[in-house]
Design a protein around this ligand. Sequence first.
Ligand code: FRU
Length: 484
Amino acid sequence: MNDPNGMFYFDGEYHLFYQYYPDSNVWGPMHWGHAVSTDLVHWEHLPIALYPDSLGYIFSGSAVVDWNNTSGLGQNGRPPLVAIFTYHNPDAERAGRSDFQYQGIAYSNDKGRTWTKYPGNPVVPNTQKIRDFRDPKVIWDEASQQWVMVFAAADHVKLWRSDNLTEWTHLSDFGKEWGSHGGVWECPDLFPIQVEGSNEKKWVLLLSINPGAANGGSGTQYFVGNFDGKKLELDPTFAPDVSGEKAVWLDYGRDNYAGVTWSDIPKEDGRRIFIGWMSNWDYATRVPTQKWRSSTTIPRTLTLRKTGEGYRVFSEPVKELQNLRASARRLESAELSGFLDITAQIGATSPAQMELVLDFELPAGAYPDFGVQLSNSKGEQYRVGYNAAAKQFYSDRRNTGNISFSDKFARSNHSAPRLSEEKTIRMHLFLDAASAELFADGGATVLTDIFFPGEDFHQIALYSEKGSVKLLKAEAFRLRSIWR
Ligand code: FRU
């Protein structure tokens, strides 16, 4: 599988579709796989929702609940569910044409269990003949009372509008002159969001790019601005230059790509919930796994906050994940210097499937390098930590075991700038058998990475090198499996 697609909430269920090729574990003719959840944590697999047809493979896209049946596709007074996706036509591509991607729709009147392709497809033809013309995300804009579609077109995004989800017209383009352009633009997501602790409303555009990410290969940058129903304008305080040097990244790990947010989360809830694909096109088709190839990240709540650096999107694990906590252990304050094996203290049978919340206090005038280390009897280890001298968080998977399947997998450790100036550093970690997701400083800095040890990591330690650091407290939770 690759990108998450078509996420919406309806009638008590979170729907999650994804790019899926059922016949092999490398990328191929794309379908939409489908899963549902009532709590964002436990998922039930459903049959494939969308199959390729004569118009092409089913590439990434979104889905909405058409509450007022603007499309006329509903039945018996119930709102239809409408999926909007890219058709990728392999025959047209082979024939050397440039208009082989275009947008189509499908609808469901049975809670997403079966889908019918709209007979008038494509609804957005590729008349400009742009080779990369894909990944539509649709929202209902309350202010301008219209459906707005954003999709990627090579080096920019296009905004289109509709009253009924079936007839679309072009509104404007955005992005040629902003942000990172080291690769092709993909999988945009555009949504309004309230700035935390104020009544101010801004628009956020998430934009995946491959290659050209902060730490190589695939990654997701974002923009903060204003949308007037026609044009998206960058906020004057938010100006990532076109060289990409000042691009702002959602996640500095190498394994969070093509992420987008849920549609139709109830107003009483009000969250903007995100999920990404936990891999990278640099090596996704070669990772040393057989029965599964990729997964999503954990679901995250996005918020927009005003910081010393300007508007920033923060990501935090959704609160529902707390229901997986099986046992809680707490370590009290300690001066940390060198290694502290905490495997027994935190009651970890295996550090895989753990959640850790660590609070450290930075010393004045010293610059330690500290964090968490997972290891096993083969001498393989993974480290995630903070380098005070560089003012960077980092994730180091160079010694995690099998790294030879791609020379791009573990070239170096990779880092993320710290945003906060606080003396206290919080590292909130979700560890699984083959992944680590770090949310630092309340979600200001995020690092998501996968790894493939030859044997499960069974030892967990805290470390501090180049000086000591004060551990204020540590909470450790064993997590139940989401499948049992
Ligand atoms: C991103 C992407 C999308 C495309 C899909 C195809 O990972 O390349 O742009 O729709 O994957 O599977």
